[in-house]
Design a protein around this ligand. Structure first.
Ligand code: SF4
Length: 922
């Protein structure tokens, strides 16, 4: 990605109109070459056929907007469709997309490889042999849909609704399938989020009630990243562009990463802390701001819930801001730069310099933590919480150059149907031990089923590959191969993956599939389900995807119908033509808006200034309605908070303010963490044996995508290995050099991996990307980046050995004969036990490991695991949880205000009265 000044100009002025009335998208030089074809010529764009050279043969294309599905950024693409053959020639960026602005990473154009992949699954398949045997037969869509629909219908009719589960990795849409499940009355949504980003989300949610930051990097003075945003962090390409824009305008970049990532190479300050110590550094910075009066006192006074904190935690202290400030100084004085230096290994002098820099940013301080530290260690959520504390101290929230709550920058339209909340609570995804879990406890599924708590009749996975992606993959194989635990497993995937081998059927899905399935579950409408898949235009017929989106674009996207009409297009035609529409810019401080009189009816104010009203909710799409505080029996709704005599909209937290103090944590069994604090993680030196070190396993490779790019030949050629990063001093202690094999011993087994000796890692810590090590059990299936392996199995002991690496092969794509790489990398996640954080529910990825030179007969990619040990570690971590049965302050399973995908009806939040307290803890 370019970072020069001209690049900045491109983003500042995306388009101009030429004298011919066409759109000019200036390229970097701005003097002559356009960066993209003018949109007026997208219907017939001409390029010369490079293969016909030296002849000038013209090819004509329709440029059709689409979206890249290779990561959560959802960047815009333009598909170049040959008008003669109807085939996609290439994918390039869509300049009309306001997020990606025409730019993509390598994975965007590589979408073409995924379309033309010779090993892609094109038809529904049904298992023909035993599960995992790899024998399949092609079946018809009717057979598939009728078969699955009948199973689901039976489960619903027999009230076994908790046996239906949909487990998604990358949704790629906002709530469509959640609403399908709600239409079925099933609380069966499961996600991958607790192995991904729950740690960060929890930290942000505790402060502001919303779980994701949306930083304005391009207008920041100082940017602090705890993730690898320039190559692979969250929403990385759109954010990376803006980080570089900010840097081009003079912003200073601070990066925390134990490993020298590409992002760290662009930093003004790269700090490589001891893993898990990040919150100590952040609190030292906070303390510097507090002790030196460098924070925005007026902002803290107006927006923090300090009055609630004083009233509840210090009832004997008079409620005054001066008293709070005095306490604040006292509470944080322990976090000196020297303390942080001792914990992190980063020099005190550097921490102090960074603190001064942060202080200088004022409201132009943008920051972001995603995965990385927050997903690595127990208490990782506290890293995001302590990072956001800096924004909260500086008042850099929803400011230019600051951090927005993402929901205020993200438009979610109202759908055509909104089925009611399911009337049930699924304990398999939301067990009582984890009442504050950010998302479903997805990675515990094999253990919960082995506990005998539940079984599944129909289990779907979509864009998800738990055997490979999740920790403890052999326990997943044990679960999937046991028909008593999983009755029917449907893999929704167009590509082969490690989990789909154990499926009963494979089908590719899109929204059409779910609508048709819903229609067939309830063909006569007697279950009340069919209505949510019925056409409004032609009642009695099934809703189609065109009508679904047409309704949304016509009815619930403000400004779109008017803009489309100006171009003589319907809203649907407009979206088909341009692929994106920007609803609003410069959202501003929604929390600081004054609540209008129309929203205030028969109001009541409580002792902390929370205002309750009987007026209906506002219709503004960006306003997230505030939740009613838990336990309030009043039928008024929460309207806002009193700030300096005015009723402001506030934040969607129980207090309506920024929650420095979490009454939720205090009352749900975690009073010791009720304010932002630092605590020793599961890999703190105090918790390691002398011969153990830390393995960092959470980082991505810039050109790969967890489980979906094994069929992208261009990407595979660039990146097909994941050696163990090891510092020269460490390597020499172990007697290994680059390329030598190491054994990495985890709590449940080991894997064998070649070493890469580099100064790009903190001495004594090792790291290995999780983006590699794809495997298959048979010769068939995806062949460009999946090694053929053999599984051995003796009771609970499992072994995996590579039988064949990657080699050239003949297919419909001549490039497969040009494959030169042999490696497919190492699969490490299988050797990790589950580590559920007792508060956020996040799997804590960092591993305490022993690393040594491999044995003489060890081979790259060898894996050994004992799933009995997996069970023991699962039980050890489960025992750290504080279950709702014992700790719920109000007899509910979970605080109602907390975010939850597919919320059940409110009465199902209540814990069942008849069951004794201990039943959920096995
Ligand atoms: S960042 Fe790359 S992979 Fe992600 S959506 Fe954009 S182009 Fe696709």
């Amino acid at each position: 990605m370019s970072c020069d000044k001209s690049d900045q100009r491109v983003s500042a002025a995306r388009e101009e109109t030429t004298s011919r009335g066409e759109t000019f998208y200036p390229g970097p030089s701005r003097n002559h070459l356009a960066a993209f074809p003018p949109k007026e010529r997208w219907n017939d764009w001409t390029e010369l056929d490079s293969r016909a050279w030296p002849k000038r043969k013209e090819r004509h294309y329709s440029l059709i907007p689409t979206t890249c599905f290779n990561c959560e950024s959802a960047c815009g693409l333009l598909a170049y469709i040959d008008k003669v053959t109807g085939e996609v020639q290439k994918f390039e960026g869509n300049p009309e997309h306001p997020g990606s602005r025409g730019r993509n990473c390598a994975k965007g154009p590589a979408t073409l490889n995924q379309v033309t992949d010779p090993d892609r699954i094109l038809y529904p398949l049904k298992r023909a042999g035993k599960r995992g045997e790899g024998k399949w037969e092609q079946v018809t869509w009717d057979e598939v849909l009728d078969d699955i629909a009948a199973r689901i219908r039976n489960a619903i009719v027999e009230d076994r609704r908790d046996e239906i589960m949909y487990h998604v990795g990358r949704p790629g849409e906002d709530g469509f399938t959640e609403r399908i499940l709600a239409a079925w009355g099933v609380d069966g949504h499961n996600s991958h989020t607790n192995i991904c980003s729950s740690g960060s989300r929890q930290g942000y949610q505790l402060w502001m009630g919303l779980d994701r930051p949306s930083p304005d990097h391009s207008n920041a003075k100082v940017i602090l990243l705890i993730s690898a945003h320039l190559e692979s962090g969250h929403y990385f390409n759109p954010h990376a562009q803006r980080v570089i824009d900010g840097k081009a305008k003079g912003a200073k970049l601070i990066v925390f990463d134990t490993r020298l990532s590409h992002t760290a190479t662009h930093a003004d300050y790269w700090v490589a802390p001891y893993p898990g110590s990040e919150a100590a550094i952040l609190l030292a910075i906070a303390n510097y701001l507090i002790q030196n009066n460098l924070y925005d006192r007026d902002y803290v006074k107006r927006w923090w819930n300090w009055e609630e904190y004083l009233a509840i935690e210090h009832p004997a202290t008079e409620t005054s801001f001066a008293n709070f400030e005095s306490l604040l100084r006292d509470l944080y004085k322990q976090y000196t730069v020297e303390f942080a230096a001792a914990e992190s290994g980063v020099e005190a002098r550097v921490i102090e310099e960074i603190a001064k820099l942060v202080a200088s940013a004022g409201t132009r301080f943008s920051s972001h933590n995603w995965r990385s530290a927050a997903s690595g260690v127990s208490g990782g959520w506290s890293v995001a919480r302590c990072l956001f504390m800096l924004n909260a101290l500086l008042g850099a929230i929803a400011t230019e150059g600051g951090v927005y709550p993402n929901a205020w920058n993200k438009f979610v339209p109202k759908p055509i149907y909104m089925p009611p909340h399911p009337r049930m609570w699924n304990e398999t995804t939301w067990p009582r031990e984890y009442p504050l879990s950010m998302n479903e406890m997805s990675f515990l599924l094999p253990h919960l089923l082995k506990d005998g708590r539940a079984k599944l009749d129909v289990y779907f996975t979509r864009v998800y590959n738990p055997v490979w992606t999740n920790p403890d993959g052999f326990s997943w194989i044990e679960m999937l191969t046991d028909p008593d635990l999983v009755g029917c497993y449907v893999a929704l995937t167009p590509t082969w993956n490690e989990t789909s081998y154990f499926a009963d059927g494979e089908v590719w899905e899109e929204n059409e599939f779910w609508l048709e399935l819903t229609w067939r579950i309830d063909p006569d409408g007697s279950l009340g389900i069919r209505q949510y898949a019925e056409s409004k235009k032609l009642p009695g017929t099934r809703l189609g995807v065109d009508e679904y989106y047409e309704w949304i674009f016509d009815n619930s996207v403000p400004g779109l119908p008017e803009k489309a009409a100006r171009e003589n297009l319907t809203p649907l035609e407009f979206m088909r033509r341009y692929g994106a529409f920007e609803v609003k810019q410069k959202i501003g401080k929604i929390y600081d808006q004054t609540v209008g009189p129309e929203e205030l009816e028969d109001v009541r104010e409580d002792r902390f200034g929370r205002i309750f009203t009987r007026a209906p909710k506002p219709a503004e799409p960006n306003i997230v309605p505030l939740p009613l505080p838990d336990g309030d029996e009043d039928d008024r709704r929460f309207a806002g908070v009193m700030v300096d005599g005015e009723i402001k909209r506030g934040f969607p937290t129980p207090s309506g303010r920024l929650e420095f103090y979490s009454h939720t944590l205090a009352t749900w069994g975690w009073p010791e963490y009720s304010i932002p604090s630092y605590f020793k993680s599961h890999v703190h030196p105090d918790n390691l044996e002398k011969d153990q070190t830390i393995l960092i396993s959470t980082f991505r490779l810039a050109v790969q995508i967890h489980t979906r790019s094994a069929n992208a030949k261009w990407l595979n050629e660039i990146a097909h290995t994941n050696p163990l990063w090891i510092h020269p001093t460490h390597a020499s202690e172990l007697g290994v050099r680059t390329g030598d094999l190491c054994r990495v011993e985890t709590e449940i087994g080991y894997y064998v991996v070649p070493a890469w000796v580099t100064e790009g890692i903190r001495p004594g810590i090792v790291a290995c990307s999780h983006h590699m090590g794809r495997w298959k059990l048979t010769e068939e299936g995806q062949r460009q980046l999946m090694a053929t392996v053999k599984l051995d199995h003796n009771g609970t002991e499992w072994g995996l050995k590579r039988e064949k690496g990657i080699e050239a092969y003949e297919s419909t794509d001549p490039d497969t004969l040009r494959i030169w790489w042999k490696d497919a990398g190492i699969h490490q996640n299988m050797t990790f036990p589950v580590h559920p954080d007792p508060i956020s529910g996040m799997h804590c990825w960092h591993q305490a490991v022993r690393v040594r030179a491999a044995d003489a007969d060890d081979k790259p990619g060898d894996i050994f695991v004992d799933t009995q040990k997996s069970r023991e570690i699962y039980k050890k971590w489960l025992a750290m949880a504080r279950p709702a049965d014992r700790y719920s302050p109000d007899g509910t399973r979970r605080p109602y205000w907390m975010l939850r995908p597919l919320k059940p009806a409110r009465e199902f939040y209540k814990l069942p009265e008849e069951e004794p307290v201990e039943t959920a803890v096995k």
